[in-house]
Design a protein around this ligand. Sequence first.
Ligand code: GLP
Length: 258
Amino acid sequence: MSRVRQHNIIYKEKYAMIRICAAENYDEMSEKAARIIAAQVIVKPECVLGLATGSSPVGTYQRLVERYKAGKISFAGVTTVNLDEYKGLSGTHDQSYRYFMQHNLFDHIDVRPECTHVPNGLAEDAEAECARYDAFVRGLGCADLQLLGVGRNGHIGFNEPCDEFVVPTHVVDLTESTIEANARFFASRDEVPRQALTMGIGVIMGAKKIVMVASGADKADAVYGMVKGPVNPQLPASILQLHPDVTLVADKAALSKL
Ligand code: GLP
């Protein structure tokens, strides 16, 4: 009996079901994305938020913190699951994604620390940690709302361009272009980890709602390919065309090629 190979997707059609919310600039993009997330938390206070790192969502997090400090929103019932973490970095390393989340969001709001989840970059067995994390996120029913940024090469989380969409949460070798793009945050390029643990396409697409933030001209090609190109694992974000509820909140520069 032949074994059905069911863990990867190869699909090269165009679907373009992505809703676009245009913004003038980074600040307006951040405000619009924060409104969508705040509405989610208000409507369902016990929701699961899928969160992202990188410079794109920083403004969104600032606005959520402002709303919390103004008494307009509480995260006390929220559970968070982050997309990814560098392999080999501890949560106290200032370039780890756990540190980023503490610094940009968790330390400033009332989310319960035990309800915030980031893959463990220091796990001795990284593959086992990925399997644990995948099962954990699926056990939560995946995110009610998943926030995403996008890499210049179209990666989401750390799902890098590849021959196939990789469904499970996995350890990934970062591409040279991602190492280059992320080197700005490290003292030198040599310090950028070469591997990461990332949610796979499966749990990302399992989110009930997806909101992507994209800003700047260096994202314009990725945004164009994601919205107008075929669904193609060489541009991982294009898989979002197959999700029924994706909102791309992007500024003019990021939308300039559409
Ligand atoms: C990183 C993260 C992604 C993020 C992307 C873009 O590699 N793993 O989740 O979306 O890069 O980052 P930025 O928003 O800084 O451009």
